[in-house]
Design a protein. Structure first.
Length: 104
């Protein structure tokens, strides 16, 4: 599981039948900045993830990949590798608030 930021969306009008109606978002994983543990920085990678939470661009989310992506009731029969399973409210590291959704 990891934290990522929603940076965009994907529209595919032609896809396998089981994927019809599922929103696809571009997500960019983030990590704690090793030089300043008070902030999150991008890993420089991007993924396409199925949105099960109704997320919007700019939100920080929780992602699972691989076989774990198919363990939710909404995704158990989908041919996917990444799914958004939560919207992040806060991130705390070393007793410090690194991210707060209300201040974003």
């Amino acid at each position: 599981m990891f934290v990522a930021k929603v940076t965009g969306s994907v529209v595919a009008t032609q896809k396998v039948g089981s994927m019809v109606g599922h929103k696809l978002l571009i997500v960019e994983p983030y990590r704690i900045d090793p030089s300043d543990r008070k902030r999150l920085v991008t890993t420089g990678r991007t993924f396409v993830a199925v949105d099960t939470m109704g997320c919007g661009e700019g939100e920080y989310v929780l992602i699972v990949q691989g076989s774990s992506a198919r363990l939710t009731p909404e995704t158990k029969s989908l041919p996917i590798d990444a799914v958004i399973i939560g919207i992040v409210d806060t991130v705390q590291v070393d007793n410090q608030n690194v991210f707060n959704r209300q201040n974003a």
